[in-house]
Design a protein around this ligand. Structure first.
Ligand code: CA
Length: 234
């Protein structure tokens, strides 16, 4: 499920945003200032942060700059909210590491649309949208993996961890991912598991994809890791 952190000191705005995001199926938590936001992000990395510029104490701009300066949080997708309509401030916000920017008062509809667009760009595995690679279709909404074989849709029975692994690989196809990267992105970055665990789940994933003839889509790249390809053996 997509986790969104809303950092906003005005409870009415924070609630309005949270209610609408939850309605869209997102899991939402709220932080009233930079210290709370930092504590929450330290505990669990969200998929998206909606960050108000004007906060008591450390500003949203300072907070996004500090996140951008740390390896763990440097690519956290951030949408900045602000009452400042001034063009220079907007540029400072984007310089400070925000991926997108909305000026208050903003339309909730627009915030939702921009949230989805940013997630699609930066963290597509966090969305519930169906993905297709090499004829293989994964639908997070129905939790199904299917492929048309001999004119009929066939389903591959994929376990929960293999499903998350496959979802990540399918939303980032053709790229090689190291075992450490896969552990970070699929298992969570605070989880300490041996890298060999990845090999075990890759093996299970290939076995699960065998009945729909898609096991070869999951390629081993020697000395580097794994990748999912649309055309195997190229
Ligand atoms: Ca504020």
């Amino acid at each position: 499920m997509t986790r969104v952190l809303v950092v906003e000191d005005e409870p009415a705005i924070a609630e309005l945003v949270a209610i609408n995001l939850r309605h869209e199926g997102f899991e939402v938590s709220i932080a009233g200032d930079a210290a709370q936001a930092t504590a929450q992000v330290d505990e669990r990395l969200p998929d998206l942060v909606i960050l108000d510029w004007m906060l008591p104490g450390q500003s949203g701009l300072q907070l996004s700059r500090s996140w951008r300066a740390q390896a763990r949080t440097k690519s956290l997708p951030i949408i900045m909210l602000t009452a400042r309509a001034d063009e220079n401030d907007k540029l400072a916000g984007l310089d400070g590491g925000a991926d997108d920017y909305l000026t208050k008062p903003f339309s909730v509809k627009e915030l939702l649309a921009r949230s989805r667009a940013l997630l699609r760009r930066r963290a597509p595995q966090a969305l519930d949208e169906a993905v297709e690679v090499g004829g293989l279709v994964l639908d997070p909404a129905t939790h199904r993996v299917t492929r048309v074989v001999d004119g009929a849709a066939r389903e591959a029975k994929v376990g929960p961890t293999e499903f998350r692994l496959l979802h990540f690989l399918m939303t980032h196809p053709e790229r090689v991912h190291s075992r450490a990267q896969l552990l970070d992105r699929v298992w969570g970055d605070h989880v300490f598991i041996e890298e060999r665990t990845v090999d075990v789940h890759i093996k299970r994933l290939r076995e699960a994809l065998e009945p729909v003839h898609c096991a070869p889509l999951v390629e081993t790249v020697r000395g580097a890791g794994y990748r999912l390809v649309a055309t195997p053996g190229r």
